[in-house]
Design a protein around this ligand. Structure first.
Ligand SMILES: Cc1cc2nc3c(=O)[nH]c(=O)nc-3n(C[C@H](O)[C@H](O)[C@H](O)COP(=O)(O)OP(=O)(O)OC[C@H]3O[C@@H](n4cnc5c(N)ncnc54)[C@H](O)[C@@H]3O)c2cc1C
Ligand code: FES
Length: 284
């Protein structure tokens, strides 16, 4: 059992959790994730390790409530326990040193991007960041990202905060202005990562994307997270989660991620309207 030490809402649907996990904390590297279960009959979900405190033996996770499991997690408070947290999993992100790079986060992807941005800044990189959200309340970690960046801009789709528009617009301006950006790190919804990759391909700029494939075990055994990269089958959990965005078959991945949409909706409806009566949970 893993005790929640702190919980704080960063946005109406996004919360930061500090969790006691003394065996995971010392091994965390930027890009790693954990597989967790909220309760012993629940499903496993992958969540990025945003931070860790080796002295206190804690890890930090930031979670957006979008479906049954993440919404259930958001109902937990400091003092509650999670039944399983396994990690660190996945390969650490390649961190360039003393280069000019761009870090692009969309929605909760900014939480996944923040440890990478911090590591790049600590490695002497000049970091240009874009923090994107659909609207003002979905912009997270703005101050933290700004502290780790040479230049940072916020964009919202609806213009309710920062610059109105999508993340590729400032990125294109920076690429055209010859800022010397040598690599781009992009984490967010699949269509966003596809748009960033399509843009940077024209400029020949290496682009790392973190693939939020559907994961079941997170250790390379089930094949649930398979993706096509440069025409070859890869498992996002053990071969990634980061890949060269120019090589990813995003169209296939978007289709695969929708495979369980009907089941996910049914489970969420049951959770929201008849908690405790979820038949899928009882079958596990
Ligand atoms: C490596 C990795 C790191 C991630 N880090 C974070 C993070 O730091 N914070 C965060 O809020 N979210 C993160 N996610 C996404 C998170 O795992 C999903 O939002 C969560 O699993 C959704 O589960 P649900 O039951 O709440 O929603 P559901 O209704 O089950 O699913 C909603 C959508 O989430 C995706 N999804 C569903 N189940 C899984 C699964 N087992 N694995 C991956 N995606 C799934 C699908 O696209 C689905 O359509 C990460 C995903 C991956 C692969
Ligand atoms: S999650 Fe099972 S193989 Fe990657």
């Amino acid at each position: 059992m893993f005790k929640i030490i702190e919980k704080e809402f960063l946005a109406p649907t996004v919360a930061r959790f500090v969790i006691e996990a003394p065996f995971i904390a010392p091994k965390r590297k930027p890009g790693n994730f954990v597989m967790l279960r909220v309760g012993k009959t629940g499903e496993r979900i992958p969540i990025t390790l945003v931070d860790s405190d080796v002295t206190k033996g804690t890890i930090t996770l930031i979670v957006q409530g979008i479906g049954k499991t993440t919404k259930e997690l958001l109902t937990k408070s400091a003092g509650d326990f999670l039944s399983d947290v396994v990690g660190p999993l996945g390969n650490p992100t390649p961190i360039l040193e003393k280069k000019t790079v761009a870090c692009i986060g969309g929605g909760v992807g900014t939480a996944e991007l923040f440890p990478i941005t911090k590591a790049l800044n600590d490695a002497g990189c000049r970091v240009y960041s874009i923090i994107g959200g659909r609207s003002k309340e979905l912009v997270i970690l703005e101050n933290e990202m700004k502290r780790s960046s040479h230049t940072a801009v916020v964009t919202t789709d609806d213009g309710s905060y920062g610059r109105k528009g999508i993340v590729t617009e400032p990125l294109k301006e920076w690429l055209d202005a010859k800022t010397g950006i040598e690599a781009v790190y992009a984490i967010g919804p699949l269509p966003m990562m596809r748009a960033v990759s399509n843009l940077t391909k024209n400029y020949g700029v290496k682009t790392y994307v973190s693939l939020n494939a559907i994961m079941v075990d997170g250790t390379g055994m089930c094949g649930g997270c398979r993706v096509t990269v440069a025409g070859k089958m890869k498992f996002a959990c053990v071969d990634g989660p980061e890949f060269d965005g120019h090589d990813v078959d995003f169209d296939e991945m978007i289709l695969r991620n929708r495979s369980y949409a009907a089941g996910e909706k049914t489970v969420l409806d049951r959770f929201e309207h008849a908690p405790g009566e979820c038949r899928l949970e009882k079958m596990v």
